[in-house]
Structure formats: C-alpha cells, structure tokens
Design a protein around this ligand. Structure first.
Ligand SMILES: [Zn+2]
Length: 467
C-alpha cells in the first residue's frame, strides 16, 4: 500500500470491462484522488474495495482493480474519501433551536434556552430530531452520540441510518428522598423512547450535568446494575459558572434553574476543589463515560479523567459561542484522555457539521498557541471519536474489516493539490457523497436514498407547522 501526503489526481487506464459508472452498487471499487485513512495517513491516489457493506481492501487504484476485477469500479475523480465522521456529542432534538438563545455567558444562555425549549411539543422535538439526523448525514456524519430529554434522536437516527448511541437525559438535584421520582420520570421517558424506535441504535443514559443531577441521584445510577451497564454520557466543567453552582448553589446557572423551580446539585468538598475533583471524590467518574466540554479544568483534572477512563467530547464552537473558554486539549492529550469532537446543537453551535467543528478546533487552539494540524483534527473527528465511543472495531477508519462508512468531499479548486487533510476540511470544499455500510445515502450533496427523500418531504411539511 503506497501512502504519500501529496494529493495527486489518479491516472490509471481501466480495461474496458471495468466500466466507470455513476451507479452505486453495494459491492464496488471506489477510486479517489486521495483516501484519508483516519490515522493521518493518505493513499493518493487511492481506492477502496467494498464487499457486503464492509471495507474489503484499500490500496492504489491499479492494484485494487486487478485484485478485485469482479467488482464494478466507480471513479470519484478529484474527491477525497475519508471515514464517515463520528460526532461524539450532539443533541438532535434541538435542531430547531438555532437562534433562540443568545450566546455570551453560559448561565444567561441556559435561562433563555430553557424558556425557548420548553415551548416545543413532543411532535416538534421529533421533527427537530429528524432534521438534525438528516443534516448530520448530509454533512458527512455516519456515527454519533445523541442525547436529549425525550430520546427522539433514537428514532431519527434509525430512520436515517446513522449508527451510534442515544442517551436519554435524566435530571434530579434533590436528596435521596427525591430519587425515586427522578427514576420514575426517566423510566416513563425510556418506555416512550423504546416504543418509537427499533433496535438499530444503542440506548444509553445521560445524567445531564453535575448542576442538574445531584450526588444522590448520580450515586443511585452508579450503583443500580440496570443503569450502570448502559453507555453513559454527561456534560462536565463546561463553564466557570459551574463551580459556583455545584459548590455554593449560586451564580448564573443557579438563577437559570430557579426559573424552572430547581436548584443546582450540591457536590460538597471540605477544601476548594474543581468540579472534576468533586465528582471524582464522590466516586462519580466511570470508565467509558463521555464528558462533554471539560473547559474549566484544574491542573490535575486531565489526569483524573484519564485514570478514570473518561473520554472527552470537545465542542469548540459551542464553548466559544457561550463564552466558556478553550478546553485544554494539549493537556488532555498529554494525560492520555481520548478526545473526540462534538457538534452539540444549533442552540449553541453550528449545524451538526463536524468538518466545521474540526476547523473551529484548529482556529481556537492555534489562537491559544497550541496549533493542531488538519490531519490531527480529522483524526479526532473520526478515529479518536470512534475510540472514545468504544466503537473503533467497527467504525472511524478506512481499514479492512470495518464498516464501509465513508464520506467523499469534493475539494475546492483553490486547495486541490495541497495537503489532502487541509483540503478535506476546507470550508469551500463540499461533501459530495456519504455511504453507510456501503450503501450510498448522499450523492452530489443531496439525499439519494429513496426512503430519505421521503423523509425530507415530511420534514418540510412538519417544519412549516412548527416554525
Ligand atoms: Zn451538550
């Protein structure tokens, strides 16, 4: 397998029987100007053989066509082929909340967001989740970790074909007496979620955040085998305001929760401690959990997260929009924490566009004096995300045996010929095609799966009713 870092147009002569075709069979050899494997390496020009929805082979176009002469061949021209993007933190049911809450300060935003989100009916949230899932797919995402209070994302993911987890959020900041109420509300929502979605998406649990889930409920979930065995995700140390909320019950987050007749969760400590230190001291960090944001960290927090086996969802646009600061990515990596990239939701960030989040990560860390390369940013949006989700044996790279989840980006003219990772992430480059399990879902930037064309018609109709 030849791997070179300069982008070059594939130039091979195909025998007549290896006819180029625009049709997309499930089993195919795809030829591209560059195959971005997901670990920083590039095969340029490159080709991928897909058989039975899995990646059967990766290599240079000529040898791939010889080795797989029974397969059809499709030449993607100048396109760059990469693993389907892995979004480790998003909220699909908030797709319709863009522009409803101003940014600037987290607690003030939270207050506005809670008010706005509270006006959306369950039907509107289901429509919103469908819009979110379709938007993510068209942007190149094929695996994601969704969460929300209704779990509407699970049905939307399944309908669109995106894989991953959907964690139902649970809330409750009272003492032990209030725990059964929180559990009962969660169980009701879980039952509704199960009735509206099938088995294609793994259902998880999301204790929303330390300020919205207190130690009593969090501890109960940790110790109950039924909940302990689910995939967990949460929001941790997302803003400087969080420490005031969980330590003293004061500040802007406390004011936001008061509008919903709630108080922040209280995580006590004898000495001043960070949010992560308080959670760790309570035994509330657990291996396999993904913690979103992790911006307001102390010097020892990356090590606490690493030693507990907690992965981090880095959401640079959301953090910037809410004035939360920049996550200490270099320190997290140095401590050995797995860090993926999350798009959060339009309520505080972009539009489920993980390439845009990767660009934002490069901008904010470059500005902070810790530049990351385009190749490293794409690794975080693919391989590292899959590792953080515990799914690296099936997605996140273009290597033999993994699911044929792929995204083809047509590079903008002005970047073609340069660093292929840079060209792939460039804002002027566009997603052309997306495949899940070898089936093409997006072509020429639009949905091409007939079942999804139908969903867009339904979404357009429902959206007119919601907005
Ligand atoms: Zn979030």
């Amino acid at each position: 397998m030849s791997r070179r870092n300069r982008l070059k147009r594939p130039s091979i002569l195909l025998p007549r029987r290896w006819k180029r075709t625009t049709r997309t069979p499930t089993d195919v050899v795809l030829i591209a100007a560059g195959v971005l494997v997901g670990d920083g390496t590039v095969v340029a020009p490159g080709a991928i053989a897909v058989r039975g929805g899995r990646i059967a082979d990766v290599g240079d176009p000529t040898s791939m066509c010889v080795a797989h002469k029974d397969l059809r061949v499709e030449d993607l021209g100048e396109a760059l082929l990469a693993p389907g993007l892995v979004d480790v933190h998003c909220h699909l049911e908030w797709a319709l909340t863009g522009g409803l809450a101003k940014g600037g300060e987290f607690g003030a935003w939270l207050e506005e967001f809670l008010r706005a989100a509270g006006t959306l009916s369950p039907e509107a949230l289901a429509t919103s989740a469908n819009i979110g899932a379709v938007t993510a797919l068209i942007a190149g995402t094929t695996t994601l970790w969704d969460s929300g209070p209704t779990g509407a994302g699970a049905a939307a993911m399944e309908r669109v074909g995106i894989g991953g987890y959907c964690s139902l959020e649970i809330f409750g900041t009272g003492d032990a007496v209030s725990v059964p109420q929180s559990i009962a509300r969660f169980a009701d929502a879980r039952a509704r979620m199960a009735s509206s979605s099938g088995s294609g998406v793994i259902v998880g649990i999301s204790p929303h955040a330390p300020y919205s889930v207190g130690p009593a409920l969090w501890g109960h979930l940790m110790n109950d085998p039924e909940y302990h065995q689910l995939p967990w995700r949460t929001h941790l140390a997302g803003s400087a305001a969080e420490i005031h909320a969980v330590a003293e019950g004061t500040g802007t987050i406390a004011r936001a929760l008061a509008t919903r007749n709630a108080r922040p969760g209280h995580w006590p400590a004898l000495t001043p401690m960070t949010v992560i230190e308080r959670i760790a001291a309570a035994g509330a960090l657990r291996s396999g959990m993904i913690a979103a944001h992790c911006v307001a960290l102390g010097a020892n927090d990356p090590h606490l997260l690493a030693s507990a086996g907690v992965a981090v969802a880095h959401c640079p646009t959301s953090n910037a929009y809410l004035g939360c600061g920049v996550a200490p990515l270099a320190a997290l990596h140095a401590a050995g924490v797995r860090v993926g990239i999350g798009s959060d939701s339009p309520a505080s960030a972009g539009n489920y566009d993980l390439r845009a989040e990767a660009r934002a990560a490069r901008l904010v860390h470059g500005a902070a004096g810790h530049p990351i390369s385009a190749a490293r940013a794409l690794q975080m949006a693919t391989r590292d995300g899959a590792q953080a989700m515990g799914l690296s044996d099936s997605v996140g790279m273009l290597t033999v045996g993994l699911r044929a989840n792929m995204v083809a980006v047509a590079p903008a003219v002005h970047v073609a010929g340069g660093d292929p990772h840079l060209a792939f992430l460039d804002a002027a480059s566009v997603v052309d095609s997306v495949w899940i399990d070898g089936a093409r879902k997006v072509q020429s930037g639009a949905l091409c799966d007939p079942s999804l064309v139908n969903i867009t018609t339904q979404i357009a109709k429902a959206r007119r009713e919601v907005c």
